[in-house]
Design a protein around this ligand. Structure first.
Ligand SMILES: [Mg+2]
Length: 114
C-alpha cells in the first residue's frame, strides 16, 4: 500500500489542506515542493511512492516535472489541477501518470475502511 507521498503545489493553502487530508488518512507526506524544479530535487532525495502534482507552477510546470521524474525515477504522479487541456491529456499517456483530481477537491472518507 502506498504510504509515502510528496505534495507539489504552489498555492500554500491548498498544499496545507491536502497535507492534513493525507495525514488524516494514514499517508506520510515525506516532502513538499512549490515548483517543478524543487519537486525533481526532492523526488530524488526522498523517493516518495506517489506524487500529487499541481500543473501550473513557477519555474517548471507540473507536466514537465512529471515527465523528468518519470524518465529518471518512474514514480507515479497524480495531478491535482484546475487545468484540463489537451496538453494534459497528452501527458496522461506517460506510463507513470495515474490521472488527475480537479480542484477544488474534497475529502471522501472510506466508510468501509474505518
Ligand atoms: Mg498552481
Amino acid at each position: 500500500m502506498t504510504r509515502k507521498v510528496m505534495i507539489v503545489e504552489d498555492e500554500s493553502l491548498i498544499a496545507i489542506d491536502l497535507k492534513f487530508m493525507l495525514e488524516d488518512n494514514g499517508y506520510e507526506v515525506v516532502a513538499q515542493a512549490n515548483n517543478g524544479e524543487t519537486a525533481i530535487e526532492l523526488a530524488f532525495l526522498h523517493k516518495p511512492q506517489l506524487i500529487l502534482m499541481d500543473i501550473k507552477m513557477p519555474k517548471l510546470d507540473g507536466l514537465k516535472a512529471s515527465k523528468i521524474i518519470e524518465q529518471q525515477l518512474g514514480i507515479p504522479v497524480l495531478f491535482i489541477s484546475a487545468y484540463s487541456e489537451k496538453e494534459l491529456l497528452l501527458y496522461m499517456k506517460q506510463d507513470n501518470i495515474l490521472g488527475y483530481v480537479m480542484k477544488p477537491f474534497s475529502e471522501k472518507k472510506c466508510v468501509a475502511c474505518a
